[in-house]
Design a binder for this molecule. Structure first.
Ligand code: G4P
Length: 544
């Protein structure tokens, strides 16, 4: 089999600092997995770690997840609910590449952090269940990637058991998402039995042998060139079916367009089964061949290339009180250019203040380790005493301001009630800090005694986290009255028209913390109606 562009292992000591930077950038791949709960994200993550050699026996990530709740003293709520509220990054090596897999919290802990992780990623893997195709959460995350023109891979999982007819599945997904899929591997099916995958670019077949350890170890694979001789390997009916399907796929004409993939206009698609490891390795190899290393990022002042000597990075996540004894906040920074040098001074463009970079921390699952060095594409956590906010840009050379991380329109809303009027000051402080940290979005509606706070979230658990943290960190007992609204849009237009829109049945006009107007809608129909009736108003799903 052809090598997959394995990177030469470089004697790092012999490199100049410029060459070292280029080398480290070239081997970084920073990505996230987008999926609906239960599609197999944890299982696939584990298998990528298994193939990357970061773990030797799959099952340990899940085991660690279970064990963690017994040992971690962080955030009671997390322990009580047995879930992970914070996202982290997993770093591992494969064939000379260094991969950074950004965790995208799902299940009940779906939150704005999930969206923000995508802003820090250079590519994404969309994981689909072969029986279900695109589900709601995937649709939302896919939309964020497309908006940002992030290259997206598709992995159709669970092929070890019968699923939707592959051609139909692809057709449905393409129609649903409006983005063409280009299969680079194709499942070899003998009846309903998945026997391997055909690699379209290499014209190879990979045949799998089931192991009896539920995929705990790498799958045994036999590889052969595809041609008439393959018939006796996969059997007559599987061979005939594969030939027909290849003809159909090739008949569609176009060849795979790497440029279109880089612009997020076509998604290379793979089939496999994370549980049994079938198809994981061919996928990983193609992933490494195609996934982009850290790319240029547009800042207001200039375009920043990852190979620029000066350090730049942006804060995409803030996590408070990871250690309740120290009341610390960790700011997670995605490095965009230059080397991260602990102790050096950088400029925070928003405050025009100097910030000293502390020793960076990296996270494998939930374990913190101090790292000696970090490069573009890496994510480091640094201790913060309340000076940093989500979206802040840090730069070692002059002012650099990356376009801020957008706020995504929430889907659940609630009026915040705190019975003790004396606690109002603490409540305001708490809401301000938690909103800066991105835990919730805070809006204000005109009230009898001044602006009344409304909180908006994209995942319901954020409400619970908010109440818990207000009580334990700010000493304010509060409750939330859920509101009937389910959509919100930032609006731009004539002030009187916007006021009129906000008075319509099922709508409400509020302001965000920066004074920007938003309108809430009590359902998709009300929103649609407003979009059609108020053509002079511009509606934004994401704040700018
Ligand atoms: P998630 O993180 O996306 O929520 O999914 P997770 O990996 O936890 O997988 C959800 C369920 O799907 C698990 O079953 C898992 O074993 C199963 N699964 C994942 N990949 C495959 C696959 O390739 N084939 C098949 N047949 N199943 C797969 P579970 O019964 O909910 O949990 P468990 O008892 O196996 O841990």
């Amino acid at each position: 089999m052809a090598p997959v562009g394995r990177l030469a292992i470089c004697p790092q000591a012999q490199l100049s600092s410029k060459q070292r930077l280029q080398y480290e950038v070239a081997r970084r791949r920073t990505f996230a997995i987008i999926s609906h709960p239960d599609a197999g994200k944890t299982t696939l993550t584990e298998k990528l770690l298994l193939y990357g050699g970061a773990i030797h026996l799959a099952g340990s990530v899940k085991a660690r997840r279970a064990q963690r709740h017994a040992t971690s003293d962080w955030m009671k709520l997390e322990q009580e609910r047995g879930i992970s509220i914070t996202s982290s990054v997993l770093q591992f090596d494969y064939e000379g590449f260094r991969l950074n897999l950004l965790d995208t919290p799902g299940h009940q802990d779906f939150s704005e952090d999930t969206y923000r992780a995508l802003v820090a990623a250079d590519s994404a893997i969309m994981l689909l269940d072969n029986r279900k195709g695109v589900e709601e959460q995937t649709r939302k995350l896919f939309a964020v990637c497309t908006r940002r023109r992030t290259p997206i891979f598709t992995f159709v999982n669970k092929c070890d058991r019968a699923g939707e007819e592959p051609l139909k599945l692809l057709d449905d997904v393409e129609k649903d998402l409006g983005t063409p899929l280009y299969p680079l591997t194709w499942p070899i099916l003998d009846g309903d039995t998945f026997v391997g995958v055909y690699d379209r670019l290499e014209n190879y077949i990979h045949l799998f042998e089931r192991t009896h350890d539920h995929g705990a170890r790498r799958a045994a694979v036999r590889t052969a060139a595809f041609g008439p001789g393959a018939e006796h390997l996969i059997g007559q009916s599987a061979y005939r079916r594969l030939c027909e399907e290849i003809l159909l796929l090739d008949g569609a004409g176009s060849s795979f367009d790497v440029g279109a993939f880089m612009r997020g206009e076509v998604s290379p698609t793979f089939f496999g089964s994370a549980l049994t490891n079938f198809g994981v390795e061919p996928f990983l190899r193609s992933f490494l061949r195609l996934a982009p290393p850290p790319r240029e990022r547009e800042a207001i002042e200039r375009t920043v290339a990852p190979n620029d000597d000066a350090f730049t990075g942006f804060v995409f996540k803030i996590q408070a009180n990871m250690d309740p004894k120290h009341r610390d906040r960790i700011a997670f920074i995605r490095i965009c250019s230059g080397e991260y040098k602990p102790g050096s001074m950088v400029m925070n463009a928003r405050t025009a203040r100097q910030v000293r970079l502390s020793a960076p921390t990296q996270f494998l699952a939930r374990e913190r380790t101090l790292v000696a060095e970090a490069w573009p594409g890496d994510v480091v956590g640094i201790l913060d005493r309340g000076n940093l906010r989500i979206g802040d840009t840090l730069s070692g050379n002059g002012t650099v301001t990356f376009q801020g991380i957008p706020r995504f329109s929430p889907e659940f809303f609630g009026r915040l009630r705190a019975p003790d009027p004396l606690g109002r000051k603490h409540l305001d402080t708490g809401l301000r800090q938690l909103s800066e940290e991105g835990a919730v979005q805070v809006f204000y509606e005109a009230g009898l005694t001044g602006p009344a706070p409304i909180v908006g979230v994209v995942g319901l658990l954020q409400f619970e986290v908010l109440l818990h943290r207000l009580e334990h960190e700010y000493g304010v007992r509060a409750s939330i009255d859920r509101m009937k609204y389910s959509d919100a849009r930032w609006v731009v237009g004539n002030a009187q028209t916007i006021i009129d829109l906000g008075r319509r049945p099922g709508c409400a006009l509020v302001q965000d913390a920066d004074g920007q107007p938003l309108v809430f809608f009590d359902g998709a129909w009300t929103l649609q109606h407003a979009l059609e009736q108020y053509k002079a108003v511009t509606f934004h799903e994401v704040s700018r």
